[in-house]
Design a protein around this ligand. Structure first.
Ligand code: SF4
Length: 177
């Protein structure tokens, strides 16, 4: 399969080989890549997010979706309101033991492959809530791919988290924390 592809988008030099022609003139040549690299490239630029918004971090979530910060450029601006149509679960805000089963069920309803971002200190660790009601981090309930610190996080941190996740989807170049 021949695919036009920017080399900067590939996870490694092994993903690309160039056949025919000579020098730097690629016009009319064929670029070969792995199907897996193309599929991952498509996946990382077409994330359908499901926002699980419970608390004040929701204001930052709305800000980062608005035109000034514009996550449409990463292809993940469209929220889905059924988990069956989403592959990126954004857990935004405090999660209590009372709504933890709801979060777990939503995660289980999402089709594979799926990814999770813990948005803000509360979702990542429970934040400053050290009490009997609050889950001390959603990774006690579901697996998490990227944690975003901050109370609330800045929009730039959210953009950075999305790019870390895109790197992970493409091939695991980034060291995720
Ligand atoms: S991290 Fe801060 S801003 Fe976000 S939900 Fe918790 S208390 Fe609210």
């Amino acid at each position: 399969m021949g695919v036009m592809y920017k080399q900067s988008e590939l996870s490694s030099a092994d993903d690309l080989s160039i056949g025919g022609g000579s020098g730097n003139d690629l016009a009319g040549n064929v670029l070969l890549t792995k199907v897996e690299a193309v599929v991952n490239w498509g996946r990382k630029f077409s994330l359908f997010q499901y926002p699980f918004v419970t608390a004040c971090c929701g204001m930052e979530f709305m800000a980062v979706n608005a035109p000034q910060h514009d996550i449409a450029r990463y292809g993940c601006e469209v929220p889905r309101f059924t988990p069956r149509q989403a592959d990126l679960l954004m857990v935004v805000g405090t999660v209590t033991h009372k709504n933890a089963p709801v979060l777990k069920r939503i995660y289980e309803q999402m089709a594979e492959p799926k990814w999770v971002i813990a948005f803000g200190a509360c979702a990542s660790t429970g934040g400053f809530y050290d009490n009997y009601a609050t889950v001390p981090g959603i990774d006690h309930i579901i697996p998490v791919d990227v944690y975003i610190p901050g109370c609330p996080p800045r929009p730039e941190q959210i953009q950075d988290a999305i790019q870390l996740l895109m790197d992970k989807i493409q091939g695991g170049r980034a060291e995720l924390v």
